[in-house]
Design a protein around this ligand. Structure first.
Ligand code: PEP
Ligand code: MN
Length: 362
């Protein structure tokens, strides 16, 4: 177990942050015993840098556990005293900031539901003005990078120079395998915008379950993230919030040991990072191509309706030759072979005909 209280400065080494930075602890501080036991078992792993716990929980619906509030702060302070682990909590108001500082909280984070509200972010920024404390800011719930950037700028403007980002995924319409879709191209873009700022991944809130935590963590490492925030609990199944996604401190250690940080060779790391980044961009372009193809077929459908109303055949050879000729010319300039263009347009044409056939016969 780690002994002695390390100051935040000692922990953060040459930069203001240590890499990889591992933050763990329960979704919520439930009881004093739970906090002390979690902290002790996390400290024993020797792999956790900062202890987290939710004191004020933003829940979607009333009636759910909304955190113990200020009574939980002395439990964290005690856990810190016993284990030597610095502590971090989520803050959403100036009062939260003041209370957290009173109890010696070492790092603050702004939650996804708060980042969406510029009034709240500004209130927090004003409350930490002049205080020497790191502040991490999670992405907003919806995929709006300007809002995330704006939050960072609000903190920087009041003089907070230890600002970090936490990627916790984005709410998306419909059911996906994730609780919050990672949309990796978005944190990648934030890395580009804020190149010197640490970017931490929060796989717990991305996954919403235990089974995908390891693969999402590894993916973030391969994308050159600077650390992880993973929720842990002494009895995950009976946690008062986010029970499905928490793991025991011992399982956390197993996971951390399984992850490949690829420290040995920087060139290899650079290679993997470059490759993963490019693949992410390819995924993004493919998604856009699919969307465009969908739009193209909708246009075909419309034409199909006109043809039906005017009793015109689906296939019109002249038009098709005209499309192909245009594509060959454009393709040549873009470095696309005639063979590929022919195959691609044949496939698109076939799909288009099938769409129009359906309309003609409906
Ligand atoms: C949390 O970290 O427990 C939390 C509430 O996360 P988020 O703001 O990402 O929903
Ligand atoms: Mn949580």
């Amino acid at each position: 177990m780690q002994t002695g209280l390390r100051t935040m400065k000692e922990l953060m080494q040459e930069k203001w942050y240590k890499r990889p930075l591992i933050i763990s602890g329960p979704c919520s501080a439930e009881t004093e015993e739970q906090m002390i036991e979690t902290a002790t078992r996390l400290a024993i792993t020797g792999k956790v840098d900062i202890l987290r716990a939710g004191i004020w929980k933003p829940r979607t619906k009333p009636g759910m556990f909304e955190g113990n509030g200020i009574v939980g702060l002395p439990w964290l302070a005690k856990a810190k005293q016993i284990t030597g682990l610095p502590i971090t909590v989520e803050v959403a108001t100036a009062k939260h900031v003041a209370d957290a500082l009173k109890f010696g909280v070492d790092m603050l984070w702004i939650g996804a539901r708060t980042t969406v509200n510029p009034f709240s972010v500004q209130e927090i920024a004003d409350a930490v003005k002049g205080v020497d404390i790191p502040v991490l800011i999670k992405n907003p719930i919806h995929p709006d990078l300007e809002l995330w950037s704006g939050g960072i700028e609000r903190l920087q403007k009041v003089g907070v120079n230890q600002v970090g980002m936490i990627h916790r995924g984005f709410s998306s319409y419909g059911n996906t395998e994730y609780r919050n879709a990672p949309m990796w191209h978005l944190p990648i873009e934030m890395k580009r915008r804020f190149a010197d700022m640490p970017l931490i991944c929060d796989p717990s809130h991305i996954c919403g379950n235990r089974s995908m935590l390891l693969s999402v963590s590894q993916k973030s490492i391969d994308l050159d993230f600077d650390g992880l925030m993973l929720e842990s609990h002494i009895d995950p199944d009976n946690a008062w919030s986010d029970a499905k996604q928490q793991v025991t401190p011992e399982r956390l250690l197993e996971m951390l040991n399984e992850l490949i940080w690829r420290h040995e060779s920087t060139t290899e790391q650079e290679f993997i990072t470059a490759l993963t980044t490019l693949r992410e961009q390819i995924n993004q372009v493919d998604d856009e191509l699919m969307t465009l193809l969908g739009q193209r077929m909708k246009l075909s459908d419309k034409i199909g309706e006109y043809k039906k109303d005017n009793d015109i055949t689906i296939l019109q050879t002249n038009r098709w030759n005209e499309i192909l000729e245009r594509a060959f010319q454009k393709g040549e300039k873009l470095g696309l072979s005639k063979d590929f263009i022919t195959k691609y347009f044949d496939a698109v044409h076939l799909e288009s005909i099938q769409h129009q056939n359906k309309i003609m016969n409906s």
